[in-house]
Design a protein around this ligand. Structure first.
Ligand code: NDP
Length: 478
């Protein structure tokens, strides 16, 4: 098959002004750390240092929590709900207005293709603020009792795969419900959260309502264990989520956890195959596979296995891997050397355990962290690549014969975040979906998000829901 050659179409980075050094955003201003230390954030596509950022120490976290408390009690909590809504609408509009700048910044710091940051992350981040702005003055009608009240101060810890979008998922509902927040972005992707701090200033948000403390795991641990935090919201690995749940056990703090996944993407023999192949590609190669709900286990009905694999390999051959700022790029850089090492280690385990590895032929850049789009066939349910979250562009292909076997295999995982079903029969979609133990089930599509739709997991994928009316519950006492 002929593959089109595309001339480079780089997005200009001139729209972004990155400072050489950033402090912490506490009490409405950028301040230097009292007991923190500087660290660097790099562009994973080039290894270029983008900025020096500050890791907050325990005293800094304490300052941020106290600023959030004062703002909650004196300003944000007592404020009429309609006025809180106005601030959220203002933030939503500024995110939209500055979306090109934020998209470029996200791609620089995270390595994701500009097409995705521009067309997915940014529109959804703005949509989240618009959605929850609408809820701010309608909380008594959310079905959570006639007089729902804010919890107080929320400590929020987010990962590096969708930095600004995860910030929006956390901050928008918290503020709409009258809480104030201290948010810690991931160590490798702090820049859009710091840009968001500037947006809060631009929106005139009262000081202390949003505080951003950058840093690594220790900063996150200091935040979630701080006595002044009433609610903890965490998105990240199951391992750290489990540690946080243990730390908080027996305390009065409320906790929601959005953890890992190992989603099954089930393709029945009556599925529209061209669409299914697009859905498989989108399911696992979107955002380099750094997606908690990625369709990382393809369950394909045995009778169509060979045909699906042929078409899939052909499609994977056309994926363009490279410069995240090029508008033609499909797959960008792996976010960090640590993540690259994890993907490589699990892929080697797949080979060692007997699965057959195939990678799309592509030239990887010399600098930066890269992994080619890869699939494994001959995978069994016992293989590590069928059980563990790889969090990279690696698909494990398994087969099934009957719908019951598909459901059994799909549910045979400690996780339960998402799943996909491809078939032309509506009755089969419903039959399958009601048997899948997954928080989200997509039918004839994959990786679709909407702020009105709740998202969250079963089992080791965590608990609590984010998004929609259900997402309000995590931030309200009722
Ligand atoms: P982590 O769970 O370690 O990171 C998530 C966030 O928690 C980051 O902000 C992190 O800071 C912070 N953190 C780390 N340790 C603690 C702690 N003890 N207390 C409070 N906060 C803490 O994920 P990693 O980035 O280390 O990725 C490891 C693996 O986790 C990945 O390979 C992937 O499999 C999975 N993962 C899954 C995600 C999902 O959404 N399902 C998201 C991210 C990762 P810091 O960035 O400094 O480590």
């Amino acid at each position: 098959m002929a593959v089109f050659e595309y001339a480079p179409a780089p997005e200009s980075r001139a729209i972004v002004a990155i400072a050489s050094h950033y402090g912490l955003f506490i009490g409405g201003e950028f301040v230097e750390a009292e007991d923190g230390h500087p660290f660097k954030t790099v562009n994973p596509a080039t290894e270029e240092v983008l900025a020096e950022v500050t890791a907050a120490g325990p005293r800094d976290v304490d300052r941020a929590v106290r600023a959030a408390r004062a703002a909650q009690e004196k300003v944000w909590g007592p404020m009429p709900a309609q006025d809180r809504a106005k601030y959220l609408y203002r933030i939503a509009r500024i995110v939209q207005e500055r979306s090109r700048e934020l998209a470029v910044l996200e791609s620089l710091d995270n390595g994701k293709p500009i097409r995705e940051s521009r067309d997915v992350d940014l529109p959804l981040a703005a949509a989240w603020f618009f959605h929850y702005a609408g809820w701010a003055d309608k909380l008594p009608y959310a079905g959570l009792g006639p007089d729902p009240r804010p919890l107080g101060v929320a400590g929020q810890v987010i990962p590096w795969n969708f930095p600004l979008l995860m910030l929006a998922w956390k901050i928008a509902p918290a503020l709409a419900c009258g809480n104030t927040v201290v948010l810690k972005p991931a160590e490798t992707t702090p820049l859009t959260a710091l840009a968001f701090a500037d947006i809060c200033r631009q929106a005139g948000l009262p000081a202390g309502v949003v505080n951003i403390v950058t840093g690594a795991g220790e900063t996150g641990a200091a935040l979630v264990s701080h006595d002044g935090v009433d609610k903890v919201a965490f998105t990240g690995s199951t391992e750290v989520g489990r540690q946080i749940a243990q730390t908080l056990a027996g305390t009065r703090k409320r906790l929601t956890l959005e953890l890992g996944g190992k989603a099954a993407n089930i393709v029945f023999d009556d599925a529209p195959l061209d669409q299914a192949v697009e859905g498989i590609v989108n399911g696992i190669f979107f955002n380099q596979g750094h997606v908690c709900c990625a369709g990382s286990r393809l369950l394909v009905q045995e009778s169509i296995h060979d045909e699906v694999l042929d078409r899939l390999k052909q499609r994977m051959t056309t994926l363009r891997v490279g410069d995240p700022l090029d508008k033609n790029t499909d797959i960008g850089a792996i976010n960090s050397p640590a993540q690259l090492a994890k993907i490589a280690e699990l892929s080697e385990a797949g080979q060692a355990e007997g699965a057959e590895r195939w990678s799309a032929p592509c030239e990887l850049p010399q600098q930066g962290y890269w992994f080619p789009p890869t699939l494994f066939t001959g995978v069994t349910q016992a293989h590590r690549i069928a059980r563990e979250e790889i969090f990279g562009p690696v698909l494990s292909v398994l087969t099934f014969r009957t719908p019951a076997e598909a459901v059994d295999k799909a549910n045979n995982t400690p996780y339960g975040l998402s799943a996909g079903v491809w078939t032309e029969k509506g009755s089969r979609i419903l039959w399958t979906a009601e048997r899948l133990r997954a928080g989200v089930v997509w039918a004839n599509t994959f990786n679709k998000f909407d702020p009105a739709s709740p998202f969250g997991g079963y089992k080791e994928s965590g608990y609590g829901r984010e998004g929609g009316r259900q997402g309000l519950e995590a931030y309200l006492a009722h």
